[in-house]
Ligand binder design. Sequence first.
Ligand SMILES: NC(=O)c1ccc[n+]([C@@H]2O[C@H](COP(=O)([O-])OP(=O)(O)OC[C@H]3O[C@@H](n4cnc5c(N)ncnc54)[C@H](OP(=O)(O)O)[C@@H]3O)[C@@H](O)[C@H]2O)c1
Length: 202
Amino acid sequence: MKIVVIGATGTIGKAVATLLKEKGHEVIEASRSSQPSIDFTNASSIDQFYEKIGEIDAIVTTAGDAAFVALDGLTEEQIQLSLNSKLMGQINTVRKGLKYLRANGVAVITGGMLAYSPWPKTSMITMVNAGLEGFVKGAALDMTNGHRVVIVHPPWVAETAQKLGMDATPWPKAAKVAEAYLDAIEGTQNGAPVFVEGYLPA
Ligand SMILES: NC(=O)c1ccc[n+]([C@@H]2O[C@H](COP(=O)([O-])OP(=O)(O)OC[C@H]3O[C@@H](n4cnc5c(N)ncnc54)[C@H](OP(=O)(O)O)[C@@H]3O)[C@@H](O)[C@H]2O)c1
């Protein structure tokens, strides 16, 4: 399959791209710094990117920012960033990518377990992750041509926890998280959340 991974230089995206290549897929590793580049917060950047890469069998997004700030400290800018980046960036990437998706192709986006188990300071991240799950559920009903749309909800990733000085031992490595993306690509789910094995919602 010809698969584009948007966010391929990141912790999760790099592991997903590596696993997909190991499985024999052709992978286009994309981000704002790739060639061709894509900034999915910018609609014309998404269009130009797809025009350059042409038809694909799968779109994977492992990118997007959302604010990690307590509600009483949230600024308008942080709210807009959360909506424009992780939420609308992924939605627009799927929406605009459909016409480049071959028959039976799949779009896999990234949410996160905070949708199910929020922490303090995560109102924006929790809202965006839950909103993305709602998008996938509804969008699945509009799929034609055998297309599917799926959301992966990663838990904390060990490498990220380590970077933040947290205890990484309870969390899976990015390579393990990548298996959930492979499952979403090679499986039959449509409109459904996919979880990392052993990290299901309580
Ligand atoms: N890591 C975790 O523990 C964890 C857990 C649950 C959910 N998640 C979610 O998973 C996603 C990826 O997390 P991560 O930790 O792998 O992130 P990361 O290491 O910060 O990597 C982010 C990736 O996205 C690209 N990117 C950022 N903004 C972009 C934009 N506007 N357009 C296109 N590409 C963009 C970055 O490359 P450039 O800078 O070159 O554009 C990079 O490749 C995020 O949405 C995060 O919320 C992460």
